[in-house]
Design a protein. Structure first.
Length: 277
């Protein structure tokens, strides 16, 4: 029986690639997003790869919208094996602009609402279905910015908060056989990055692009983790995708093995309260 995977914020970037790759594995893939046209487009990509898409218009800043989305998931799919919390309010150009946090727009703090709080709300709705089934995986997207300076205080707070939140959720979920982890991807070769003219990219970025991960790589790693009989030994941890890919022998779409940035950008903190084996 194929899995049911829910990917929030799946209409672009990392979430879209994860949803596509889950579809390639024959999964029922629930995708959420605010734009109906983008939802239709990613649904078509999932179906083209052999998956079954369920598209749900959802604003993850609106608790009522999220509640309605998960009620529909329970009605139409009946279960959730994997939840990927990917939705985030990222004001990209303001985020990467130089300068201290107080000189940047205040809306950058939106990431703590949609990107941290939203992960909690989605997990709150998914957890009862998973606990009832006695198995599941909740993976929230984080990054090295949880432990090192990367784009400033709002970004760092959202990512560090995500890591601690998943560690604590893991304690509550462990008796029910449900794993909760933070997932640290590397730099992502999204559709938008691939579409950018080469002369618009800084020279150092152009040179490093061959090492960047496709969004689909994350889905491959999460599928391998979910299938691992020892999945509960990883619960509560922040996991570097490249390192988990190497552990499972999972390569990227082009066959490359993505690299870990542990030595240059920092390592995840190990929770003091351990629930894994």
């Amino acid at each position: 029986m194929s899995i049911v995977a829910v990917v929030t914020g799946a209409t672009r970037g990392l979430g879209r690639g994860i949803a596509r790759e889950f579809g390639a594995d024959g999964a029922t893939v629930v995708v959420t997003g605010r734009n109906e046209a983008d939802l239709a487009a990613v649904s078509g990509e999932i179906a083209d790869r052999g998956g079954k898409p369920i598209a749900i218009a959802c604003d993850h800043a609106d608790d009522a919208s999220v509640a309605s989305a998960f009620a529909r998931i329970e009605h139409e799919a009946g279960r959730i094996e994997i939840l990927v919390n990917n939705a985030a309010a990222v004001h990209a150009m303001d985020l990467i602009a130089p300068g201290p946090f107080w000189e940047k727009p205040l809306h950058l703090v939106d990431m703590i609402d949609v990107g941290l709080r939203s992960n909690y709300v989605a997990s709150w709705h998914a957890a009862p279905m998973m606990a009832k089934a006695g198995k599941g995986l909740i993976a929230s997207i984080s990054f090295y910015g949880a432990v090192s300076y990367f784009h400033g205080a709002a970004y760092g707070a959202a990512k560090a908060g995500t890591d601690k939140m998943m560690a604590d959720m893991a304690v509550d979920l462990a008796p029910h056989g449900v794993a909760a982890i933070s997932y640290w991807p590397g730099f992502i070769l999204t559709d938008a990055v691939k579409a950018m003219p080469a002369d618009m990219l800084p020279p150092d970025m152009r040179e490093s692009l061959p090492q960047w991960e496709t969004p689909e790589f994350a889905a491959r790693v999460l599928q391998a983790l979910y299938a691992d009989p020892r999945i509960m030994s990883f619960t509560g941890q922040a996991l570097i995708g490249a390192e988990m890919g190497a552990r499972y022998g999972v390569s990227d779409l082009d066959g490359k093995q993505p690299i870990s940035y542990r030595e240059t950008m920092g390592a995840p903190h190990m929770p003091f309260t351990r629930v894994g084996g």
